[in-house]
Each structure stands twice: as structure tokens, then as C-alpha cells.
Design a protein around this ligand. Structure first.
Ligand code: NI
Length: 164
């Protein structure tokens, strides 16, 4: 497993819609391992392949005290409600922003063995991470959801942790 450098805001790799994975093989499973390592090394709770420069629709989510899991070709199948949340991103270090996310989110994807998985989450960090990471494979960053620059907060080095 290899920790790969994270791409930052301004890098075009973050802005291209990623390609669908057509074949789930060992190279995809190695990518998932590298993404997982890179996410933990950067103290994140989620990461998408474009964040390490790989233009594929693969994301990993690793919430505190839970095992990490991968979602391949994830699609949001349902979302409802609105809530205001503070959000961060490994690709936008040192900042958090206050944005609107859904309350409930349903996602369909494949796991690293090609089995279909469906996840539904409501009013929690998982629901937020699902929307955040699916945004990444579509070339969208949370800063795109800011209503105003005033909703972006610069952090000091000590509190800049646990970003997606
Ligand atoms: Ni992010």
C-alpha cells in the first residue's frame, strides 16, 4: 500500500467528471488500498480517486471507529430534505465551509468484489460523506455549494483535522 499525494483546489484533476469502472480487478483493489492509506494519512473520513489524480469513479469512506469501505461507480438514487452543515475537504486544507446538504441520502454502488451495495443514511456524518464523495467523482467540490465567501472559514493548524 502506498500513500499518494492529495491534489488540491486548483488542480484540474479535481474538476473532470471521472470515468466509470468497467472491470473490477486487482488494479482497482490496489487503488482502493492506496486511497484508504492516503485518507488515513491525511486524517480524512473519505476520499475519492480524483483526489489522488486517478480519474475513476471510486470512493472510500472511513468514519471514526468504523471499518473503511469502498464504493465503485456510486450513484445517489434518492435524496431528501435540507440541512446546514460545516464541511471540510482534504483537497481544501485549512478551511471549512457552511453549506446545505440533504438530510437523507440513498446510494447504489458496487463493492470491491463487484457486488451491488445499497446504503441509506439519514441526518448523520455518513449521509454527508456520501454526498461529498459522489460530488468528487462528478468534479464538484464543497466550495461550489457555498452561498457566499462569508460561509468559508479559515482554520488554525490545530483544528484543521477530520476533513473529507
Ligand atoms: Ni473532499
Amino acid at each position: 500500500m502506498t500513500v499518494r499525494p492529495i491534489r488540491y483546489l486548483g488542480d484540474p484533476a479535481l474538476r473532470k467528471p471521472a470515468r466509470k469502472v468497467s472491470r473490477i480487478d486487482d488494479s482497482i483493489r490496489r487503488l482502493i488500498e492506496d486511497m484508504t492509506e492516503s485518507m488515513y494519512a491525511a486524517h480524512g473520513v473519505g476520499i475519492a480517486a480524483p483526489q489522488i489524480g486517478v480519474p475513476l469513479r471510486v470512493v472510500v469512506i472511513g468514519l471514526p471507529d468504523e471499518p473503511p469501505f469502498a464504493l465503485i461507480n456510486p450513484e445517489v438514487t434518492k435524496r431528501s430534505g435540507e440541512r446546514r452543515l460545516d464541511e471540510g475537504c482534504l483537497s481544501v486544507p485549512g478551511y471549512r465551509g457552511n453549506i446545505t446538504r440533504s438530510v437523507a441520502v440513498a446510494v447504489k454502488a458496487l463493492d470491491e468484489h463487484g457486488r451491488e451495495i445499497r446504503i441509506r443514511s439519514e441526518d448523520d456524518l455518513l449521509a454527508q460523506a456520501l454526498e461529498h464523495e459522489v460530488d468528487h467523482v462528478n468534479g464538484t467540490l464543497y466550495v461550489d455549494h457555498l452561498d457566499s465567501k462569508d460561509d468559508l472559514i479559515k482554520l488554525d493548524a490545530v483544528s484543521a483535522r477530520d476533513e473529507d
